[in-house]
Write a protein that binds this ligand. Structure first.
Ligand code: GLU
Length: 369
């Protein structure tokens, strides 16, 4: 079983598990959840919790409605609520003698390679010290353009960076159903998904419940990131008591199986980027060169979209506009606009300075297969 076999496990807890719609904190649930974590510790697993709830608990403290919050106010509310959130965990987990720490991440902390490696080291050191990090987005600092915005994708990126084998998204549904379970009593829970195809995307767009801030869509996005980082991911019902125990015993949830396991850590980080900054559209010749393990040269580039800098994450599309690969660009989008379609030996003349000859080097590129 995937959870049992995992060494490092990331568990994401949605706000609705911690506080109900009458704004009452689900203390009993959290107390029991601490037992789940204690059990995983006994099984010698490294554990990371990703918990939402800063804004919800901040709203509770200030007696505000979450729906009416504007961004700048929500940043202040999150700052007030984050400490409430950690107090709640600390108070509850103390009884089980579980040591906790806090990590607040901004998008750049995972999307810049150096910062991602720093975060990885911090996780590893906390594991060694026997502490369980509780991660949330640094909502008080992040503005809408530079936000994850949902903890599903944040959790999947944390799973990738920490080389986790398994991510569990605890939500308010059992998983993904074959049909809308509220409308059709023949709807079946899908136990395993190997490919996230159009059918799965359509199922995920059904309104099968109140899915917290991200909805099912961000859970599917998270699953795609996990697939590329070699991590099993489950969507499971967290509202029930001892949800982790239930997964271990009954396995009632939807598991997404990983596609990639052979890539090195850096390439996994490249392929599972959360926010590629632009797109490069290539021709048939470049497509077959890339398929043969070659770098992307300017000559094979038909077009470039978006505005990005050297070193940014880029999607590579074929001429049918299907995403084919991802990589780190060695040139800015403005430079690529000038050199696209041109032979590599013309680049220095066109730009007026000496530069690399590959637009995306093969070592900085991962094909999506
Ligand atoms: N970071 C947000 C919070 O703590 C939650 C985002 C989410 O629900 O996915 O309130």
């Amino acid at each position: 079983m995937y959870l049992k076999d995992s060494k490092t496990v990331v568990i994401k807890i949605g706000s609705s598990l911690l506080i109900n719609d009458k704004k009452i904190i689900r203390e009993k649930w959290l107390k029991d959840f601490a037992k789940d974590i204690e059990h995983l510790k006994k099984l010698k697993k490294n554990i990371i919790l990703v918990s939402s709830g800063a804004i919800a608990l901040g709203c509770k403290k200030l007696k505000l409605s979450k729906k009416k919050l504007k961004l700048d106010k929500s940043q202040a509310v999150a700052s007030i609520g984050q400490i409430e959130l950690m107090n709640l965990f600390k108070k509850t987990f103390n009884k089980s003698k579980i040591n906790l720490s806090q990590i607040l991440l901004t998008l750049e902390d995972t999307e810049k390679r150096r910062r991602a490696i720093n975060a990885k080291r911090t996780f590893e050191n906390l594991f060694e010290l026997g502490f369980i990090p509780i991660v949330n987005e640094n909502d008080s600092i992040a503005t809408s353009e530079i936000k994850y915005g949902d903890n599903d994708r944040l959790a999947s990126r944390v799973a990738q960076i920490s080389s986790a084998d398994c991510l569990i998204l605890l939500s308010d549904v059992n998983g993904l159903y074959s049909k809308d379970p509220k409308l059709d009593n023949k709807a079946k829970l899908i136990r395993e998904i190997k490919n996230i195809d159009q059918n799965v995307e359509n199922l995920a767009s059904q309104k099968t419940g109140e899915f917290g801030s991200g909805g099912m869509k961000t859970k599917i996005d998270a699953a795609k990131i996990c697939q590329f980082s070699g991590c099993h991911m489950a969507i499971a019902n967290g509202l029930i008591n001892r949800p982790i125990q239930k997964i271990l015993m009954k396995n009632i949830c939807t598991w997404f199986l990983p596609k990639i396991s052979k890539l090195d850590a850096r390439k996994k980080w490249i392929i599972s980027s959360i926010s590629p900054k632009g797109k490069i559209i290539i021709d048939e010749g470049a497509l077959s060169a890339l398929n043969n393990g070659k770098s992307l040269l300017a000559a094979g580039i038909k077009d470039v979209q978006g505005s990005f800098n050297k070193g940014d994450h880029i999607k590579i599309l074929n001429n049918k506009m299907t995403e084919f690969a991802r990589g780190l660009s060695s040139f800015s989008s403005d430079e690529i606009l000038k050199i696209k379609g041109k032979h590599s030996n013309k680049i220095n003349d066109i730009l007026g300075y000496v530069s690399k000859s590959e637009v995306i080097h093969k070592d900085d590129m991962v094909l999506i297969k």
